[in-house]
Design a protein around this ligand. Structure first.
Ligand code: HGY
Ligand code: MN
Ligand code: MN
Length: 409
């Protein structure tokens, strides 16, 4: 059987191969239901097949590899996502899929079958960059897609429904991707930490306790475009001034509450000329917290502040909720198994919450979930400088193989 070190070296090469599949040359951006998504799925399907799995794309565009067990019964699903943010790092999501394939490859090479089937899933859309709402691939698997979601549009006005059709899929058949709880033993996700904790502890891996809840808003402010030189300040309806006050309100509201974070990631202003008062602005708000009440209070306060800023300037602010996910606990049994697996690999285990969202948060609606975090160099993520070392990847593979053994019971 290949050693974890050999497998980690192979994973590193595959990380680079996947990173080359991008909508933007020289930077990594791979959104849901694009040609790049199709190409990435094709590459991953080949690796799944080579690892002894039967690979197939499901009705939502997730790439699923199945490795039978010595007995039938519910399967352990190992997975993470293959889509990326804009100008992304190359480990976020992909590392978890590739480590899952590597572990099955190790079993296959030694002719070993676990007592349960294993499925490795490359989820099609975790970041939610294209349609604003996240976990579309994993929510298709849990059967939790709201019909209204299919009418959400991307920046070009293409609906999720149309994009599925363009990709060769059908919104009306996406239910075929859904799994029954009886068919799933548990879900395991290996993911980069995307934060500084493991590096500060000088540990390669940790067990995740819970995934923070998140609310994503789209805010449209309507004022009145006007001449920058002639409209008196007192009579302006400056939509960008409203948005600016809104951005600072999100920052100050979230900074006041422990464990609540808030971000305005996108802001578009129109008409966008140096000598024209902005008449229309659209911006997004992303607020997260471990505690769902604290998150909801912060969201309500931010919306109140944005509306007050609009009223003060005789503008209109429309707020749309793009996505809402409650915080998702990892199961105590999976946390304990992962801690044991980390210790068996020779490392000091640690437990930690996840400020980042993950498909595990969606899968928690279907089954017990567990997450292995791997150290992020410098705690950097959602940035091309994102990196996890080959040695830590080898540790992650060793830990994941230990988890598979522990799951034998
Ligand atoms: O936004 C997140 O937390 C994740 O990267 N989707
Ligand atoms: Mn991400
Ligand atoms: Mn991710």
């Amino acid at each position: 059987m290949n050693s974890p070190e050999t497998l980690a070296h192979q994973v590193m090469g595959r990380i680079d191969e996947l990173a080359a599949i991008s909508e933007t040359p020289g930077a990594l951006t791979r959104r849901y239901l694009t040609d790049e998504h199709r190409r990435a799925n094709h590459l991953v399907a080949g690796w799944m097949t080579a690892a002894g799995m039967a690979a197939a794309q499901d009705a939502a565009g997730n790439m699923v590899g199945r490795y039978g067990g010595a007995a039938g019964g519910p399967s352990l699903i190992i997975g993470s996502h293959l889509d990326t943010v804009v100008n992304a790092g190359k480990f976020d999501g992909m590392l978890g899929v590739l480590c899952g394939i590597a572990c099955v490859q190790a079993l296959h090479q030694s002719g070993r079958r676990m007592g349960y089937p294993i499925e490795v899933v490359g989820f099609a859309d975790e970041e939610g960059v294209r349609f604003g709402t996240t976990y579309l691939g994993s929510r298709a698997i849990t059967g939790a897609l709201d019909p209204a979601t299919f009418e959400q549009t991307d920046k070009d006005g293409i609906t999720f429904r149309q994009a599925l059709l363009d990709f060769g899929l059908d919104a009306d058949r996406i239910g075929q991707a859904a799994r029954r709880a009886d068919d799933v033993m548990a879900f395991l996700e290996l993911h980069i930490e995307q934060g500084p904790v493991l590096e500060a502890l000088d540990r390669p891996a940790g067990a995740v306790t819970a995934i923070n809840g998140q609310t994503r808003l789209s805010v449209t402010v309507t004022g009145e475009a006007g001449h920058a030189g002639t409209v008196p300040m007192a009579s302006r309806r400056d939509a960008l001034a409203v948005a600016a006050e809104g951005v600072l309100a999100v920052e100050s509201i979230c900074a006041q509450v422990e464990d609540v974070v808030g971000t305005v990631g996108i802001l578009n202003t129109s008409p966008g000329a140096i000598n024209v008062i902005p008449g229309d602005v659209n911006f997004t708000v992303d607020i997260r917290a471990k505690d769902d009440i604290a998150r909801r209070d912060a969201v309500a306060a931010a919306i109140r502040a944005i509306r007050a800023a609009a009223e003060k300037r005789n503008c209109i602010a429309q707020v749309t909720v793009l996505h809402r996910a409650v915080s998702a606990p990892c199961s105590e049994s999976m946390i304990a198994i992962i801690e044991k697996a980390i210790a068996a690999a020779g490392f000091e285990p640690s437990r930690m919450p996840s400020g980042a969202g993950h498909d595990a948060a969606a899968m928690a609606a279907l089954c017990d979930v567990g997450m292995i975090f791997l150290r992020s160099d410098g705690g950097i993520s959602h940035n091309p400088a994102e990196r996890t070392s080959e040695a830590d990847i080898a540790a992650g593979i060793r830990i994941m193989l230990n988890v598979l053994d522990e799951m034998e019971g």
